[in-house]
Design a protein around this ligand. Structure first.
Ligand SMILES: [Zn+2]
Ligand SMILES: [Zn+2]
Length: 255
């Protein structure tokens, strides 16, 4: 550590977004300690489903003939089912190594982690979609009851910081809840889908959406139902391409 870094470490240390360990000041605003860098399953190419972002246990075929899809995307594709989102990208797997820090952030107990989470989402978007130029970034809107409980909107902050990191405009409030559904975490996969059908709409006029390439930010992607419904609201108004992105994606077995 040089002199300036040492001063910054004492005056303005950062905390690892996953485990909270204090770390030297980072100019990038991304704080992941060496231990979490090892333990957290970051989604590299081939280690997660290229359509929905679900972490995959199987290694991709070495001959590279086809990218491995998760079982759900594989069977939907085989059945000719088209989903509204074009793809979902997650920065890491949602498991015991990543969930602690993410839950803390969602509860509003570590707002500083927003920069780290936005930084790793932005890096994944840039790395995996280098040719896509997004027109704007939107956030998955929170349930109103959640804002009352926690007092802040974790996806709004995450989306704002991700947009800044990518140099793309952020349109606050682009998506809103058409109605208040039940809390998703209390429901099974099928119940989640039913609970969310038509749950979102967009405040923007069709002229602001038609033909646009849009990035929608969520905190954790579980079944993909939330992203599907957000994307549907945007596609209904003519969006050309909707990519969802989240800090972490749950494995299919977690559904
Ligand atoms: Zn850590
Ligand atoms: Zn998938």
């Amino acid at each position: 550590m040089n002199f300036l870094d040492r001063i910054l470490f004492y005056v303005y240390p950062g905390a690892c977004a996953f485990c909270g360990a204090l770390m030297p000041h980072s100019k990038t605003g991304v704080y992941i300690c060496p231990e979490c860098m090892e333990k957290v399953r970051f989604c590299a190419r081939g280690s997660c489903c290229p359509i929905c972002g679900a972490p995959l246990d199987a290694e991709p075929a070495e001959d590279g003939r086809r990218a491995a899809l998760c079982p759900e995307c594989f069977s939907l594709r085989r059945g000719g089912v088209r989903r509204s989102f074009d793809r979902i990208i997650a920065a890491c797997a949602y498991d015991e190594n990543s969930s602690g820090g993410i839950i803390k952030y969602k509860r509003g107990l570590s707002l500083g982690s927003a920069s780290t989470f936005a930084g790793i989402i932005a890096a994944n978007i840039r790395g995996r979609l280098p040719d896509i130029k997004f027109d704007f970034v939107a956030a998955v809107p929170p349930r109103r009851a959640r804002i009352r409980e926690v007092g802040f909107d974790q996806c709004d902050l995450l989306a704002r910081k991700t947009a800044k990191a990518l140099g793309v405009p952020y349109v606050k409030g682009a998506l809103k809840r058409a109605r208040e559904g039940k809390k998703q975490t209390e429901l099974s996969g099928d119940e989640r889908r039913a609970n969310l059908a038509g749950a979102f709409e967009t405040r923007l006029g069709a002229d602001k959406i038609k033909g646009k390439t849009i990035l929608v930010i969520d905190d954790v992607k579980t079944t993909g139902s939330t992203m599907e419904e957000c994307a549907r609201a945007l596609k209904d108004k003519g969006a050309a391409y909707v990519c969802g992105a989240a800090i972490a994606a749950a494995g299919r077995e977690a559904n």
